[in-house]
Design a protein around this ligand. Structure first.
Ligand code: CDP
Ligand code: CDP
Length: 484
């Protein structure tokens, strides 16, 4: 084959298509119209072959046959594989495009999946778009068996437990339904193997059809099945922009002692930014609730460690709304309303001091925070969980002021508590948090420290918003989230 091509040259329309001038059909049209010449001679015969040294012109302009980066958008049909070779002899998507440089898909699609696939020879962009740490969201239309309840959609949103661990949160909604059955629209950032199929199987609604409709800002649109087109310059710029934005973690870390106002500030900022408030203390509190329920002594380190490793603690995004606080689900049960009692307050620091507890919760927190657009609140967020956070705030306040604030909080909930008890409890928890060997409460080197004894919450918010504008210059802060 290779030999023959050198002797006979390549068909002109193929040369034009490979050079990115037009599709094969489009190139044939150009030839028929008499707009193509070879070595100065007009050519209208479609079968004409040209060698590597022949000069090919379109409309008198020489065609550059040394192809630079090529980006192709393809509507992959079912049954095609997205890699080059297949042991089962199935056709490859590469056979659907005329460009012969070494193209590879940016993010594969299974053979039985359809839809948007990007093919390129540009390894740099491929890496940017598919690297899990700055992956941009991919959107799918999914035809499922049965009719999932709202509760099931909620489970898909906050993460489904797969073999290798829980999935990160997804955006899930019902799509307009055709005759075939129920279609869902799902956007995820991770790209684990057959993730969408496995997520839906896990909630009892196996996938019947899976169509990728978007990769970040790029949409499949009306491109027919099996057809391809070149990526537009503007689309390439948008994709690059999205990948760059995804590479800067959109997180604000807030740490500080108990009752310093972290949650209040986190919630206020989340509302202002339209981000999610993720209070990591909820995870430690959830484990404490679980220990109480199972009658486990929180000082029994081994039992608590075992509990931490087997409990399925996950975070629930409150519907599709942003700017709100997440809820916590343990082994399928929402325990959010049990987290803030004096009994939990009394034991949570001991649970949090357990090394295995911290080891179990660390990857989970990072996974959640990696979704971005999040205010992450805790004790060790700036120092241990997200040391690369672009903006870190450490809130401090005197124990007396904190005890007073806590008392007011309890009273607002109709609970009567003694201020002296609260103060003693806060001091004890401070000591626990600061002195534990593992990820103790400490001020990160690059954190901004706010002493809030005499600050109002509004003042805190203004200070942090100002910093956020500096640290996230690419964001039009306060604007609604792109893409919904
Ligand atoms: O609201 P408060 O500050 O009292 O506590 P929280 O933020 O709900 O956290 C509960 C407990 O979990 C804290 O007292 C810490 O001991 C622990 N924790 C931690 O060790 N590391 C975190 N990142 C968050 C909480
Ligand atoms: O999350 P953390 O335990 O650090 O404290 P919080 O529950 O957010 O805050 C304790 C209470 O202090 C809340 O009722 C706040 O509204 C209040 N507060 C504050 O956070 N910041 C101020 N500057 C003044 C009061």
């Amino acid at each position: 084959m290779e030999e023959q091509r050198h002797i006979e040259g390549e068909r002109l329309q193929k040369v034009l298509a490979e050079a990115g001038i037009a599709s094969r059909r489009g190139a044939e049209e150009l030839i028929r119209q008499g707009r193509v010449s070879v070595n100065g001679q007009n050519v209208t015969a479609l079968g004409t072959r040209v060698g590597p040294d022949d000069e090919v012109c379109v409309d008198g302009q020489p065609v550059d046959r040394d192809i630079g980066p090529v980006y192709i958008v393809l509507h992959k049909p079912r049954g095609y594989i997205s890699t080059v070779r297949d042991t089962h002899g199935r056709p490859s998507v590469l056979g659907l495009v005329p460009v012969k440089t070494r193209l590879f898909p940016m993010g594969r699609l299974d053979a039985d999946s359809e839809g948007l696939i990007l093919l390129t020879n540009d390894g740099g962009l491929g890496y940017q778009l598919t690297h899990p740490r700055h992956a941009i969201p991919k959107e799918y239309l999914v035809l499922v068996e049965g009719n999932p309840t709202d509760e099931t959609l909620e489970r898909l949103r906050y993460g489904v437990w797969l073999e290798e661990g829980p999935t990160a949160a997804a955006e899930v909604s019902r799509a307009v339904t055709g005759g075939e059955g129920v279609w869902l629209r799902i956007a995820i950032r991770e790209g684990r193997k057959r993730q969408v199929r496995r997520m839906l199987a896990a909630v009892g609604h196996p996938v019947r059809r899976l169509v990728r409709t978007g990769i970040g800002p790029l949409k499949l649109g009306a491109l027919p099945v099996g057809k391809w087109r070149f990526l537009k310059g503007t689309e390439l710029a948008e994709l690059r922009g999205a990948a760059t934005e995804a590479a800067v973690p959109l997180v604000i870390a807030i740490d500080g002692p108990a009752a310093s106002g972290k949650s209040a500030l986190g919630q206020a900022l989340a509302a202002r930014l339209g981000w999610l408030h993720f209070d990591t203390g909820m995870l430690y509190r959830a484990l404490t609730v679980l220990a109480h329920r199972r009658g486990i002594d929180v000082h029994d380190e081994d039992s608590v460690a075992e509990l931490a490793h087997q409990a399925r603690v996950s975070l629930v995004r409150p519907g599709n709304r942003t700017g709100a606080s997440a809820r916590v689900v343990v082994d399928g049960e929402d325990v959010t309303d049990e987290l803030y009692t004096q009994a939990v307050d009394a034991d949570v620091s001991a649970v949090a001091a357990n090394e295995e507890v911290r080891r179990a919760l660390l990857p989970r927190q990072r996974d959640i925070a990696n979704q971005g657009r999040m205010i992450v609140v805790g004790r060790d967020i700036g120092t241990v969980v997200l040391p690369g956070a672009p903006l870190k705030v450490y809130l401090d306040a005197s124990a007396e002021v904190r005890a007073m604030r806590r008392q007011q909080q309890f009273e607002a909930n109709g609970q009567v508590v003694d201020r002296e008890d609260l103060l003693a409890d806060l001091r004890r928890r401070d000591r626990y948090d600061r002195e534990r060997p593992n990820a103790p409460l400490a001020v990160a080197d690059d954190a901004v420290v706010l002493h809030t004894d005499r600050m109002t919450l509004e003042e805190e918010v203004e200070v942090v918003m100002k910093l956020a504008k500096e640290r996230f210059p690419a964001l039009a802060l306060g604007a609604p989230r792109r893409g919904g």
